[in-house]
Ligand binder design. Structure first.
Ligand SMILES: Cc1cc2nc3c(=O)[nH]c(=O)nc-3n(C[C@H](O)[C@H](O)[C@H](O)COP(=O)(O)OP(=O)(O)OC[C@H]3O[C@@H](n4cnc5c(N)ncnc54)[C@H](O)[C@@H]3O)c2cc1C
Length: 485
């Protein structure tokens, strides 16, 4: 990379959810045009209620810092309305080309359409490419041209029988940076105040936001996680999952890079099922994006309209107990505390904690989705909305509402030695495995020996699992009766 060049044309590359230099087709296109002006805009104006949550902002701060370093400190950062900032900057600098990788959230699509029109009026060419999906939503449709609503045919017939994902591309060579900055009010990364919320995520020393962190993470996963992934991925203490989701969300690594590095490694795996399962998980991400693309109201409304008749409960005390990991149900509390302390929660525990909220507590899934949105470092509008609807039973291809996880038996099954639960609920550490997931049933002498007094050192359960399960099933029956035939 150099600073000066005989190239005179200038291209702005607008970094969004593609905070990387490798396998970045829009960046590569910009570099081919001439000198590069790389920019990032924190746009809290067009995002409305879907603006980034606190934990994602924490991640973004470090990710932008890493990106800026890779760009030799040349990243220009703005805070405000991208529909004003970008056309103005193009005009001020006389740029004739703007490049970006496509985003798929409804608010971003609407905003980008407006910017595209405005730039074209100014005589600026926009090059938009696919940098974040293996298959874009319009490439995976049923024979009748409509989108899939069921995952398995989406993946098996739509994705796998379609065109193979493109191969990753290298970091563009000979990037020359423009010194032309325009007069617009650029700010520093610190000025974005991304670290201002009260997160304690530093407690998880493993997170390394940025492209290098993502590359290190996949190498670690290929060396240690993928072998045995199929069975191990459900056990939170087994550490068989990749933890790539926050890197993927901000595009520090592309799914193409992951897909092909896995395929490259396939011959080292004893069985194909680990690879198949992992690729299928990546495809769930693609499915979520397709659902969001074709259902712009996915984050806010039930995909299955019959759920509009479901009688959710309003219970602020129970909601707070859930949010803070004080429900008295150890496996749920472990998950909610992991979330608060690390900005992350293992997928199995996400399912159990979410199910407890919507079924045992009968609190609207949107309350849970909002909390996750603020707390997750991987908060992703497509994945979060689709997953919550899946758990609640109101989504596409969802788990049926009447299938209700028992969080105590889930703990016994998926944390058999209690390592995960004891780590995040240390006040129960002294309990024998037999009572760890249901301390309310433990004999008094067992609790005494472990130094536990229910409702003093650890909460008694805020609901009875059996009766709350039945209450949810009754409400489900009511819903079916209430909806118009
Ligand atoms: C209630 C709930 C909310 C969720 N919210 C989010 C969210 O905001 N952001 C998010 O990225 N994921 C979300 N998920 C999906 C899943 O829990 C995470 O993607 C996964 O735990 C990330 O860990 P990993 O990278 O180690 O996954 P791995 O098991 O290593 O999987 C690899 C990648 O596949 C994708 N993936 C895996 N499982 C799923 C899934 N069920 N749905 C969609 N994509 C998947 C992710 O991109 C993940 O990084 C949610 C799940 C539930 C049940």
């Amino acid at each position: 990379m150099t600073d000066s060049s005989s190239k005179s044309a200038l291209a702005i590359h607008w970094f969004r959810q593609d905070l990387r230099l490798s396998d970045n087709p829009a960046l590569t296109a910009a570099v081919k045009v001439g000198k590069l002006l790389p920019i990032y805009i924190l746009d809290d104006q067009n995002s409305g209620e879907h603006k980034m949550g606190g934990a994602s902002r924490w991640w973004l701060h470090y990710s932008l810092t890493a990106l800026n370093k890779s760009l030799q400190g040349k990243l220009r950062v703005f805070h405000g309305d991208a529909t004003e900032i970008l056309p103005r900057l193009a005009q001020e600098t006389g740029t004739k080309t703007v490049t970006w990788n496509r985003c798929y959230e409804p608010w971003r699509i609407n905003r980008d359409k407006k910017i595209l029109t405005d730039l074209e009026h100014l005589g600026v060419e926009v090059i938009s490419t696919n940098g974040s999906l293996l298959w874009e939503p319009w490439d995976v449709l049923k024979a009748d041209g409509t989108p899939y609503r069921v995952f398995t045919p989406f993946y098996r017939k739509g994705c796998l029988k379609g065109t193979a994902p493109r191969k990753p591309i290298k970091v563009p060579e000979n990037i020359t940076f423009s010194d032309d900055k325009g007069t617009g009010a650029a700010v520093t990364i610190s000025d974005l105040s991304l670290l201002s919320s009260n997160w304690d995520i530093k407690k998880s020393p493993d997170w390394v936001p940025g492209e290098k962190g993502a590359q290190d993470r996949i190498r670690y996963f290929l060396d240690n996680g993928i072998k045995g992934y199929n069975k191990g991925r459900d056990f939170p203490a087994a550490e068989k999952c990749s933890n790539l989701s926050p890197h993927l969300h901000l595009g520090e690594i592309s799914p193409h890079q992951i897909w092909y590095s896995l395929a490259f490694q396939a011959h080292l795996l004893e069985s194909g099922e680990d690879l198949d399962q992992f690729q299928m998980e990546l495809a769930w991400r693609e499915f979520s994006y397709s659902l969001l693309f074709y259902n712009a109201d996915l984050p806010d409304t039930n995909l299955q309209k019959k759920f509009d008749y479901f009688q959710w409960r309003k219970d602020e005390t129970a909601l707070q107990a859930w949010q803070t990991g004080n429900t008295g149900i150890p496996f749920v509390d472990a998950g909610m505390r992991e979330l608060w302390q690390t900005g992350f929660m293992h997928n199995r525990v996400r399912m159990v904690a979410a199910s407890f909220l919507v079924k045992n507590l009968m609190i609207d899934w949107k309350e849970g989705a909002r909390w996750f949105w603020d707390c997750l470092v991987d908060a992703d509008l497509a994945n979060n909305s689709a997953s919550w609807q899946w758990v609640a039973g109101c989504g596409a291809d969802a788990a049926p509402y009447f299938r209700i996880f028992n969080p105590a038996t889930q703990g016994v099954r998926f944390d058999p030695k209690g390592e995960y639960t004891r780590k995040y609920v240390p006040e129960l550490a002294g309990l024998p495995d037999k009572w760890l997931f249901n301390p309310w049933e433990a004999p008094k002498e067992v609790l005494d020996a472990a130094g536990i007094v229910l409702d003093e050192t650890y909460p008694a359960p805020i609901v009875d699992l059996k009766t709350s399960r039945q209450r949810a099933l009754d409400a489900f029956s009511d819903m079916k009766e209430k909806q118009p035939s």
